[in-house]
Design a protein around this ligand. Structure first.
Ligand SMILES: [Zn+2]
Ligand SMILES: [Zn+2]
Length: 503
């Protein structure tokens, strides 16, 4: 059962505030229908009325009357505010000219990042209002009020934005949020979420609603429609340490928040590695591994699958392949996949001296450090060929495999370098109950492997497997630490014979 919090913010619509305000009612009684041609002088209007049929007489509203009305309106709007302003000093921006005005309350944090961002937000809102109201003949006010609070070090501001006419019609009503780090830097949607985040969040919300119809009913049909529409919805949110409130404006003017744990929409985040994966050790797990990359084409095709399904694999990469494909291994890490070393140039380690291997390792370590900022904790020796001396020298956890898919070998030679044959291998292993807790060896340099991955991943997920990294499998399934110098899983039969060709 998902833990869902519903927070209702009392965002009152101007109409209701204004309606129960005595001063406002008085001014309303004095009010007259909107001026239809504000820029036309009285003389011209009269001329025009003689030539054409005018059904409604043009009222005469003096500038003084309008400005009196605006003052009363603004006072009523601000004094009726119920929005909680927990942080930031309240600032006001009140302007009225040429029929249209602003009645804006906004916070100042005395932090350049936050105040600069809020200034930009307000400018954009004013520009939009100016465009909207350009052809409006009725006096109209851009009303902006806000609530502000801090959660887990984040500061959030929720702006309530309304376009209200002199007749108290709310022509437009929406909310807009901004979150800031402790230092005041804004957390913007583009730096927080991936481009595809709406789809991920929407799927999660719809799955929450399908499990909890009572909750779904708290969101009006309008809001559910906006959740399922691409583009506009899901832009307003409040951040917490381990969760996000997505905010929706219901048609009755209330704001409804749907709280979603970050782990449930983990792949929506750009910095996916900062969010722990939700794993259940009692459920099935499999670690898929890909060697010999990164490949500019097929590794990305495999990563597209991981991104689409929000899951991970482990890539044992060759130092010499990383050059020119730095973005590929960065993407692996960004998606939460694990990256291990597979040596620089695919040595058969048993045929080289330790000095030679040390030199190879130094080169690989340097390129990983340069591109990722760290050296991997996992090492998979090419062909699985390794001995105790090499393990000790390498000082990384040495990873073999338990399932050899033979994805590199032609079917005619007994292998599975074939999309369907490779997929069938996983289906057969699953049906035989031999996939849970396994480490499957594949290679990221074949089109057939990449295509088979598009079939294998959804198949495994549909059958209840958690796709995990090798380190996660060791930790959660074996209950062991990932220890440098220790060998995990077997490889091919070790072929000895030292025959160093590069010394
Ligand atoms: Zn050598
Ligand atoms: Zn290899």
């Amino acid at each position: 059962m998902k833990k869902i919090l519903i927070i209702l913010f009392a965002l009152l619509i101007c109409v209701s505030l204004f309606g129960c305000d005595d001063t406002a009612a008085e001014s309303k009684a004095d009010s007259v229908p909107p001026v239809s041609e504000p820029s036309v002088s009285e003389e011209e209007s009269k001329e025009e009325s003689e030539d054409s049929i005018i059904e409604v007489s043009i009222p005469d509203v003096s500038e003084e009357d309008l400005s009196l009305w605006f003052d009363e309106f603004t006072n009523g709007y601000f004094s009726a505010s119920t929005l909680e302003k927990e942080v930031g000093a309240v600032q006001k921006d009140i302007v009225f000219a040429d029929l249209h005005g602003y009645a804006i309350q906004y916070p100042s944090f005395e932090k350049d990042g936050a105040d600069g961002e809020i200034a930009q937000v307000l400018k954009a809102l004013k520009d939009d209002f100016t465009t909207f109201s350009a052809d409006l003949e009725a006096p109209t006010v851009l009303c902006i009020d806000y609530s502000s609070k801090t959660n887990d070090g984040y500061t959030s501001v929720i702006f309530n934005v309304e376009y209200v006419s002199k007749e108290d019609d709310v022509l437009k009503h929406f909310i807009l949020t901004r979150c800031f780090e402790k230092n005041g830097e804004p957390v913007l949607i583009d730096t927080l979420f991936r481009g595809s985040y709406r789809e991920i969040v929407r799927d999660e919300i719809l799955s929450i609603f399908s499990e909890d119809t009572e909750l779904a009913e708290k969101f009006t049909e309008h809001d559910i429609a906006s959740i399922t529409n691409e583009g506009t919805a899901l832009s307003e949110f409040v951040l917490f340490e381990t969760s996000v409130d997505f905010l929706f404006l219901n048609s009755d003017g209330t704001v409804v928040a749907l709280n979603i744990p970050k782990t449930d929409i983990r792949t929506a985040f750009i910095n996916v590695n900062s969010i722990p994966r939700k794993l259940d050790p009692s459920k099935k797990m499999i670690a898929i591994t890909y060697d010999d990359g990164p490949d500019g084409r097929y590794t990305n095709q495999i990563l597209d699958v991981m991104e689409k399904y929000g899951t991970v694999a482990t890539f044992f990469e060759l130092g010499e392949m990383i050059r020119g494909r730095e973005e590929v291994i960065k993407r692996e890490v960004a998606l939460g996949c694990e990256v291990g070393s597979h040596s620089w140039e695919h040595f058969n380690m048993l045929k080289h001296s330790l000095d030679c291997l040390q030199n190879d390792k130094d080169k690989v370590d340097a390129v990983f450090k340069e591109v990722l900022g760290y050296t991997p904790t996992l090492f998979r020796p090419p062909y699985g060929n390794v001995n105790d001396d090499i393990c000790e020298m390498y000082d990384m956890a040495v990873i073999g495999w338990t399932l050899d898919t033979l994805d590199w070998q032609k079917v005619s030679d007994g292998g599975r370098k074939d999309t369907q044959a490779l997929f069938n291998y996983f289906v057969n292993k699953h049906e035989a109950g031999k996939l849970d807790g396994q480490v499957a060896l594949m290679h990221s340099i074949y089109s057939t492997t990449a295509e088979a991955t598009e079939l294998i991943v959804p198949y495994l997920l549909d059958n209840g497997y958690q796709l995990v990294t090798v380190s996660e499998l060791i930790t959660y399934k074996l209950g062991k630490d990932v220890t440098p110098g220790v060998r995990y899983y077997s490889g091919y039969t070790i072929r000895a014979n030292k025959d160093c060709s590069c010394d």
